[in-house]
Design a protein around this ligand. Structure first.
Ligand code: BGC
Length: 369
């Protein structure tokens, strides 16, 4: 799916979707002050820290009161934080969920008080009480990661067979499934043609999952895979969904005897354009690719949704049919993710001022992933 601003849906389709959600932004609504609670999942991933600050600033610039909390991957803490935001009088919630199925009860209470709920980046499942979804085309993230592997192994021209292993993210994050499925669907043809082999046979999401998107967890699994399946056979590539996980995988590969920079170092994908990973991509020292999602734009979309509702308008969306949450298709605004490798990181990341050259060069190659 390729989205463009030209494909925007607004007006009647959007209005219909909103009234189905049981909250009208119509003439009879009370005057809203714009008070917004921002509930972010954790500070261990660079992006949430950047976005939390950007959203807070944008909302404050509009004169809206804000409260920003991080749950450090603890679902119960996030529920308590959201409850407290509602108790403080928040009229809007922008939520990057820790656990996509645990928020039903607290959101029901919020909705009963007329709060508008925006699922941020991660879809919230099994509740009717989500008004909008602001995210990226998550399936495309996995497609870009798989396409990098296909290109680097030259699978159009080479027969292989090449050995690859698959990693996926947290099972409590609905994005994981979209990333993983996008990647797997793209690789499937080559698995079928026997150009790609997965020696572990681990192709299901539950066995490939990485709790809390944690690099140490990924490192341990990679070590075990190497010891169990790759004593005698080479590993050629790893489909990894997120930079923190990728750095854990690279650490395990190094410990397992692979030499970064050497031609036989496995191809490793990633996501989020974190400075430490971009440094490795630049220096040819481990991870070879990442997916850039311009989170400044996503923050802007979420804040525009709040602003539209305060002004009595229906927020713009560009997708009504993709994100089914168990109750309904949540009206969404999806942005496009971008492939980044050594050939384009300057143009995509530095020229756009997402990262500076210094931030990349000075990024620590520490072991905390
Ligand atoms: C986000 C990714 C991020 C991951 C780990 C996902 O929900 O979409 O951008 O890498 O969480 O924080």
């Amino acid at each position: 799916m390729h989205l463009s601003r030209r494909g925007l849906l607004s007006g009647s389709a959007g209005v219909a979707a909103v009234s189905l959600a049981g909250c009208s932004a119509g003439e009879d609504s009370v005057q809203l002050s714009g008070f917004t609670g921002i509930a972010m999942p954790a500070t261990d991933s660079d992006r949430w820290v950047i976005e939390g600050e950007v959203m807070e600033q944008l909302l404050k610039d509009k004169g809206y009161q804000t409260v920003l909390e991080y749950a450090e991957n603890n679902a119960d803490d996030q529920i308590a934080q959201i409850q407290s935001m509602v108790d403080q009088g928040a009229e809007f919630l922008i939520i990057g969920a820790v656990d996509n199925t645990s928020l039903g009860q607290v959101l029901l209470q919020a909705k009963n008080q007329g709060v508008y709920i925006i699922a941020y980046d991660r879809l919230i499942l099994e509740t009717p009480d989500v008004d909008y979804y602001a995210s990226f085309d998550n399936n495309q993230v996995g497609v870009l990661q798989a396409e990098h592997i296909i290109k680097k192994l030259d699978l159009e021209n080479q027969d292989g067979p090449f050995n690859i292993e698959l990693f996926s993210g947290s099972l409590t994050d609905s994005n994981s499934e979209y990333f993983f499925q996008g990647g797997l669907d793209t690789l499937e043809r080559y698995i079928y043609e026997d150009k790609i082999r997965i020696l572990s046979g681990q192709t299901e999401q539950d066995v490939t999952a990485t709790k809390d998107w944690n690099g140490v967890v990924a490192m341990d699994r990679m070590t075990e895979l190497l010891e169990t399946y790759y004593e005698d056979d080479p590993l050629h590539a790893v489909l990894s969904p997120y930079d923190g996980i990728s750095r854990g995988i690279v650490a395990a590969l190094k410990e397992g005897g692979y030499n970064p920079g050497a031609d036989d170092f496995p191809i490793v994908t990633g996501q989020d354009a974190e400075a430490r990973s971009v440094r490795a991509i630049k220096e040819g020292n481990g991870q070879t690719q990442t997916v850039f999602k311009d989170t400044r734009d996503l923050a802007d979309i979420a804040v525009s949704m709040v602003e539209a509702i305060v002004a009595g308008r229906t927020p713009e969306v560009n997708d009504l049919g993709t994100y089914e949450n168990g109750f309904k298709h949540v009206p969404a605004y999806l942005l496009e993710p971008v492939n980044v490798d050594a050939s384009n990181y300057v143009e995509i990341l530095i020229d756009s001022e997402y990262l500076t050259a210094e931030e990349i060069d000075n990024a620590e190659e520490d072991l905390e992933f």
